[in-house]
Design a protein around this ligand. Structure first.
Ligand SMILES: [Zn+2]
Length: 111
């Protein structure tokens, strides 16, 4: 029996229903400032991936690491930028699952 991954902490605009993978303060669709938590299924797929060899100043010393654009969710998905744990060689459409969020960074691993 496989354990299901943790729910992904998305938020939803309370007025127009637009989903956000990151915290939003003003809805870019309707301008609303009201949001509600909308946890999503933590499974997803890789949309794109790249290896970071020259990181920004806050990530110095961690290179190289893998950054992926992940579509996460079940019936509804959001596209988020994430780090891939253990730097697996994942490519487009490979399945991943949400691990957790640390220091504002979403981490996924191969599913
Ligand atoms: Zn909205």
């Amino acid at each position: 029996m496989s354990e299901s991954p943790p729910r992904f902490p998305a938020t939803r605009c309370a007025d127009c229903g637009h989903l956000y993978g990151h915290e939003a303060y003003i809805c870019r669709e309707c301008g609303s400032e009201t949001f509600a938590e909308a946890p999503l299924d933590g499974t997803g797929t890789v949309y794109a991936r790249t290896t970071i060899r020259v990181p920004g100043s806050d990530q110095q010393g961690e290179e190289p690491f893998e950054v992926a654009v992940v579509d996460v969710g079940g019936e509804e998905t959001v596209r988020v930028t994430a780090r891939l744990e253990e730097n697996p060689e994942l490519g487009p459409d490979d399945p991943v699952e949400f691990v957790d969020r640390r220091d504002g960074v979403f981490y996924f691993r191969a599913a």
